[in-house]
Design a binder for this molecule. Structure first.
Ligand code: FES
Ligand code: FES
Length: 172
């Protein structure tokens, strides 16, 4: 079956069975690798993408359900070679360690910020509820989203190791 979806502003035609998960289409057909296959059962959040601005778990979404929708992933957060303010905050605060959860967290946090979310840790934790990170203890993630909500700016030349880890996780 031929379906049209829009991924990070580009119209894409895919051939897939209607019940094929969006996660599979993104990773295996379109080479969009930031959404990760974690639990593949809706429980970890690492596959989260934005569908028409809302964070959705792409492992649970049949491709036919998102035909015509605007899908956004980490690859679309900033122009090639650049980072969004949230990504910069993520690096500055070392909010990615292995990086496996990072794509899902970034997209959920992007939706939170685009909806006017504040720097309050309790509110951020609510918005990111259900996302699992095995590495960070979550405090660095809350700090990063909080900094982005405030509009903090950073000198990332002092956090080059964090940049390397973040990009490594997103690319795999
Ligand atoms: S892989 Fe989708 S929620 Fe875990
Ligand atoms: S699972 Fe490793 S940084 Fe979150």
């Amino acid at each position: 079956m031929s379906l049209n979806i829009t991924v990070n502003g580009a119209s894409r035609t895919v051939n897939a069975e209607p019940l094929t998960p969006l996660l599979h289409v993104l990773r295996e057909e379109l080479d969009v690798l930031s959404p990760k296959a974690g639990c593949q059962n809706g429980g970890c959040g690492t596959c989260t993408v934005l569908v028409d601005g809302e964070p959705r778990r792409s492992c649970l979404l049949p491709i036919a359900a998102v035909e015509g929708a605007e899908i956004r992933t980490v690859e679309g957060l900033a122009p090639p070679g650049q980072l969004s303010p949230l990504q910069e905050a993520w690096i500055h605060h070392y909010a990615a360690q292995c990086g496996f959860c990072t794509g899902g967290f970034l997209m959920a946090a992007t939706a939170y910020l685009e909806n006017g979310g504040s720097d309050d840790h309790t509110e951020i934790a609510k918005a990111l509820g259900g996302h699992v990170c095995r590495c960070t203890g979550y405090v660095k993630i809350l700090d990063a989203v909080s900094a982005a909500a405030r509009g903090d700016s950073f000198d990332l030349t002092t956090t080059a190791a964090g940049l390397h880890t973040t990009l490594k996780g997103v690319d795999q």
